[in-house]
Write a protein that binds this ligand. Structure first.
Ligand code: ASP
Ligand code: MG
Length: 441
């Protein structure tokens, strides 16, 4: 058995759906379980519709048109999609009357995208004579906590999924399961979502729980690239990365995979392959526990823009136990997560997401230290064999000094797979280019 996951752009319209259906049929012999995202930008459109509804306007035209026209172009009629569109309209009307949108309602609302896309694909496959069946993820055992918009799957999912898909794996049933990514239900039967991009996690969860041979996530590029090809045209596909490297890549700005998606497959060591739907024959990127050949010096370079740097200085830190604990506790209190950190005896520099509201945190920190906040920074991360950091840093810094780029902070991840440096956001792309050209020369 294998799992095949297709993201929104892979199923954005009738042509793309036809193409994906061909890919699924080509893998029929592998007993695929298919996981889908919502069509195209439907999730974003649902969120926009919600914002408008809060202001009093109900408008699902874009979403309705896309789904109805796609049905027509595929030559299928799917009554369930029409029912879901009706339910969606009712929900938006409710929101427009209350002028209020809770996180819980928002999750219910965005779930319509995935629920419609799986029904579309399944109907189309059936029309081609390929047996398929649409499932809402809760129908195959996806249960989560009630942390709406970023729910965590419960441990029981590991046992639930095989109960539902065991028959398909063993050959009792031949209907290809087409499963909604991204969504789940909590213990009370309320719909939750796993966070934006969460379909990757749905796919790896199914693959791991079913001990699949491989989990494929299909993209529109040749797998994971050495860096963003829109910035650096010399970027090239990477054959192999480790789960750990993939996780760091996801955390530090690469759009390739959801950061938490490596957790389940790592437990079972189920390989993940990132494949290109425009280039089916290409090998893609294989994600595994350990590099098969010699470990490469550098795997990839990513960046995150609009990061805020917080510099904390205190003479009290000199020799004082508990100072860092005190600082970290303030971050916990204000629920602000730290991304990169560097410390010396009397100072600590850390970075946080530029969108975080820091008002309360900074007030608290100022009670015990001098605090300096600098916005508009970017983190450039080199995913690499950090045990050979001297070579990597020497080369990278040589490239940067030639370009006149000033590095404001450097941190070598304890995971030994990354080195992160901080620069001004407006120099981020140039930094990536400079480092890429020296490290992948
Ligand atoms: N449709 C959801 C999103 O756009 C989930 C996903 O695509 O993975 O975030
Ligand atoms: Mg999407």
């Amino acid at each position: 058995m294998i799992v095949m996951k297709f993201g929104g752009s892979s199923v954005a319209n009738a042509d793309r759906i036809k193409h994906v259906a061909e890919i699924i049929q080509a893998y029929k012999g592998e007993r695929p379980v298919v996981v889908l995202s919502a069509m195209g930008d439907t999730t974003d459109h649902l969120l926009e519709a919600a914002d408008m509804a809060v202001k009093g306007t109900v408008d699902i035209e874009k979403i309705e048109k896309l789904h109805i026209e796609t049905e027509k172009q595929l030559g299928v009629s799917v009554p369930e999609i029409k029912e879901l569109l009706g339910e969606l309209k009712t929900l938006l009307t409710g929101i427009s009357m209350l002028h209020e949108l809770t996180k819980r309602t928002r999750d219910y609302l965005v779930s319509f995208g995935e629920r419609m896309s799986v029904r579309m694909m399944s109907a189309y496959l059936c029309s081609l004579g390929t047996e398929a069946k649409a499932f809402d993820s809760w129908d195959i055992g996806f249960v989560s906590d009630s942390n709406y918009m970023a729910a965590e799957l419960l441990d029981e999912v590991w046992e639930n999924i095989p109960k539902h898909l065991g028959g398909y794996k063993s050959g009792t049933s031949n209907e290809i399961p087409i499963v909604t990514g991204f969504i789940a239900k909590d213990k009370n039967g309320i719909i939750t979502t796993l966070g934006r991009g969460g379909s990757d996690l749905s796919a790896t969860m199914i693959g791991a729980a079913m001990r699949a041979k491989e989990i494929q996530t299909w993209k529109d590029v040749d797998g994971i690239m050495t860096t963003d090809p829109r910035i650096v045209k010399e970027a090239r596909p990477v054959d192999e990365v480790t789960y750990e490297e993939a996780q760091e890549l996801a955390m530090f700005g690469s759009q390739v995979l959801h950061p938490r998606s490596m957790i389940p497959c790592r437990k079972t060591r189920t390989p993940v392959r990132v494949k290109n739907s425009y280039n089916i024959k290409s090998h893609g990127t294989l994600i595994v526990e350990e590099h098969t050949g010699t470990r490469p010096l550098v795997t990839a370079i990513t960046k995150v823009k609009n990061v805020t740097l917080i510099d904390i200085q205190s003479s009290r830190m000199l020799g004082a136990a508990g100072f860092l604990a005190h600082i970290f506790n303030q971050f916990l209190k204000w629920n602000i997560s730290i991304d990169v950190i560097a410390t010396s005896e009397v100072s600590v520099s850390l970075t946080v997401d530029g969108k975080a509201d820091l008002t309360g945190l900074i007030e608290d920190l100022k009670r015990v230290a001098d605090v300096n906040v600098k916005t508009g920074k970017a983190i450039v991360t080199i995913i690499c064999d950090a045990s050979r950091s001297s070579v990597i840093i020497a080369k990278a810094f040589d490239g940067l000094s030639k370009e006149g780029i000033n590095v404001q902070m450097i941190s070598q991840g304890a995971s030994k797979v990354n080195i992160s440096i901080l620069v001004d956001t407006n120099q981020a792309d140039k930094t990536v280019e400079a480092i890429h050209s020296v490290l992948f020369a």
